[in-house]
Each structure stands twice: as structure tokens, then as C-alpha cells.
Design a protein around this ligand. Structure first.
Ligand code: SF4
Length: 336
């Protein structure tokens, strides 16, 4: 954990800009309200759109550029055409270009692009301070029946490869998508096993499924707050040293989650909404800090790379390291 051992434990968060590069995706997860079909609300952000938002967020004080997109969008001809119009042969080449530009602006990219192979991870590592892929669940679930990219074996393989490449990595569980309590425990154990071997997992997110209209799971109830709290407690028990994150816009009783063992509140933005849960606004930084203090903890702003990796140059490319050191304080948190 990033906090100390005394009663005034630290609770971290980062200020980010959410850059939803494209909502085209090869998968069809039954709960997803983000994905769109071509000619039905799909978008593919141009370099100018991405960089304009990144510049605005820099002015607003963000340090993290979260690039999130559907997996393998090129399965759609529309995505290929967009990429060609932008001058790129693949989504990964395009992301590499965007991340390089964003890094030069003084922001730290964190990309979440779905399943990637070793060559692609290596390519993006050069300009990313950290990367992420939610495991969601280590068991096969009906919600993923039309999502080849949600094969848990393939996702664990990506987390493992990121470990071999020493990429500070974010993963986590999506709660309430049809998994059992045992599935959750096994998911956490799978993450713990990879962390024990590679030491690169910087945080585990415990994220609730929130039902979305016009999706196959629109009428499903989301998980109860009790189920979420039980999962946070289980994660804390199985991984005492891990950073456990809960999204502050998706839980009601933040106090309880912090007392149960969560010690990170993820990225929040004053520039962009949470495009995955746009109906759930983030709190402001001031509201978030006040809530953490009310609960008896110390709020600390971090970078998208956690303090322990800031201090270990093996986990950064030369390009990323220069930008990280320009933003970090002596403890590895955000300096200013
Ligand atoms: S992989 Fe992500 S973007 Fe694609 S359908 Fe599933 S949840 Fe939605």
C-alpha cells in the first residue's frame, strides 16, 4: 500500500483527462454502454481532437491522459478508413503517435486498449507511464459470449506479458456481471500470483457494473454496496500491500470503502466525463479531498504511475522517466 502504517493512512487519486479515442470495438459485452456500431453513434477521434483536449487538461492541472478505446477497432472498415485518413496503418501506430505528442505536452499517458500482444505492449511502453487491462473475471461468463477479447486466459496472458516488460500495470474486477463470490476470489488469486512473480501490478480496481439502457443487461441490478465492500475486504486480505481502488463516482458510502481497505480513488477529471459511466459525475477534487479527510485519512495526489515505480527506473522508458521526474515529488507523488 502507498500509505503509512499509522492511523492516518494516505488515500491517493490522480487528476486526469479521459480520452475515448474510439468506441468502435470487436467485442459485444452484454453490459457495455460505451461501444457503438458504425453509423450508429460511433466515433474515432482525430489527432487534433485528442491533442486539443489534452492541452486543455494540462491547463486545468491534470497529469494523466487516460486513453481508452474499444478493442481492435480495425475489424470495422470505418476504423481502417479513419486511420488511413490520419496517416496510420494500425490503431497501435496511431496510439503511439498520440502518446508521444501527449508526453511532449507534459502529460503522462496511460493507455487501455484491450488485448495487446508483446510487440504492441513494447511499442506503447515507450510513451506510456503505465498501462491497464481489467481482468474483470477469471471465469468465462455469459456476459462475454460475444466478446473474444474477454477470454480470461488471454487477458491474464496480457497482464503477464506486461510484467515481463516491466510496465506498471492496472487491472481489476468488474463486479455484478454474473460472477460468483468464488469467481471473485479466484480472480484476485490469479492477479496475486502474477504480482508475486513480476511485481508490476500497481493497483487493483474493484469496479461495480452499472446497468445501461439499450443493452442486453439493462434490467439487471447492479451489485449491492455490501457485495462491493466484501470484495474490497477480500482483496485487502489477499493482497495486504496492494493499492485497492474504488471509483468514487460509482460507490455511495466512500467512508465505508476506505475503512474496509480501499486506498485509492483513481483518476477524476474536471475536463471530461467518465465516458464509460457518463451518468455518474465525478466529485470535484475539493469534494474528494474533503470526503477523505472526513473519513480520517490523508488525501495525496499521485501520478498515473504509483510512487514505488517512480523510484525504480526499470519500470520506465527513458522518454517517460524524464517527464515523470519533472512532475514527481521526493516521495513519488505529484509535486505541484
Ligand atoms: S471490450 Fe470494452 S468497449 Fe468493447 S464491448 Fe466490451 S466493455 Fe465495451
Amino acid at each position: 500500500m502507498n500509505g503509512g502504517s499509522g492511523p492516518r493512512r494516505e488515500v491517493s487519486y490522480s487528476r486526469n483527462v479521459f480520452l475515448p479515442v474510439t468506441n468502435l470495438c470487436r467485442n459485444r459485452c452484454a453490459y457495455c454502454g460505451f461501444r457503438r456500431d458504425p453509423n450508429d453513434g460511433a466515433w474515432f477521434m482525430s489527432p487534433a481532437q485528442v491533442l486539443e483536449l489534452a492541452k486543455r487538461s494540462k491547463v486545468a492541472g491534470c497529469s494523466e491522459a487516460l486513453l481508452t478505446l474499444g478493442e481492435r477497432p480495425e475489424v470495422h472498415a470505418e476504423a481502417k478508413e479513419k486511420l488511413e485518413a490520419f496517416g496510420y496503418g494500425s490503431t497501435i501506430d496511431y496510439l503511439e503517435y498520440l502518446c508521444k505528442q501527449i508526453l511532449e505536452l507534459g502529460l503522462l499517458p496511460h493507455t487501455n486498449a484491450g488485448l495487446l500482444n508483446e510487440r504492441e505492449l513494447r511499442q506503447l511502453r515507450r510513451y506510456n507511464a503505465s498501462m491497464g487491462l481489467m481482468l474483470e473475471c477469471a471465469a468465462e461468463l455469459p456476459a462475454h459470449a460475444q466478446s473474444p477479447g474477454k477470454d480470461p486466459k488471454l487477458r491474464l496472458e496480457v497482464v503477464k506479458t506486461a510484467g515481463k516488460l516491466r510496465i506498471p500495470f492496472t487491472t481489476g474486477l468488474l463486479i455484478g456481471i454474473g460472477e460468483s463470490s468464488e469467481n471473485r476470489a479466484r480472480s484476485l488469486l490469479a492477479i496475486r500470483e502474477l504480482q508475486a512473480k513480476y511485481g508490476h501490478i500497481q493497483e487493483v480496481i474493484i469496479q461495480p457494473f452499472v446497468p445501461k439502457p439499450n443493452t442486453p443487461m439493462a434490467t439487471y441490478a447492479g451489485p449491492s454496496e455490501g457485495e462491493l465492500l466484501a470484495t474490497v475486504a477480500m482483496a485487502r486480505r489477499l493482497m495486504p500491500e496492494m493499492n485497492i481502488q474504488v471509483p468514487p463516482n460509482l460507490v455511495r458510502d466512500l467512508n465505508q470503502f476506505l475503512l474496509t481497505g480501499a486506498n485509492d480513488l483513481g483518476g477524476i477529471s474536471s475536463v471530461t466525463p467518465d465516458f464509460v459511466n457518463p451518468e455518474q459525475p465525478w466529485p470535484s477534487v475539493a469534494e474528494l479531498r474533503a470526503a477523505v479527510e472526513r473519513a480520517g485519512f490523508v488525501p495525496r495526489e499521485r501520478l498515473p504511475i504509483y510512487p514505488r515505480y517512480v523510484k525504480d527506473e526499470k519500470f520506465m522508458s527513458r522518454e517517460v522517466r524524464m517527464s515523470v521526474l519533472a512532475l514527481a515529488d521526493e516521495d513519488g507523488y505529484r509535486a505541484c
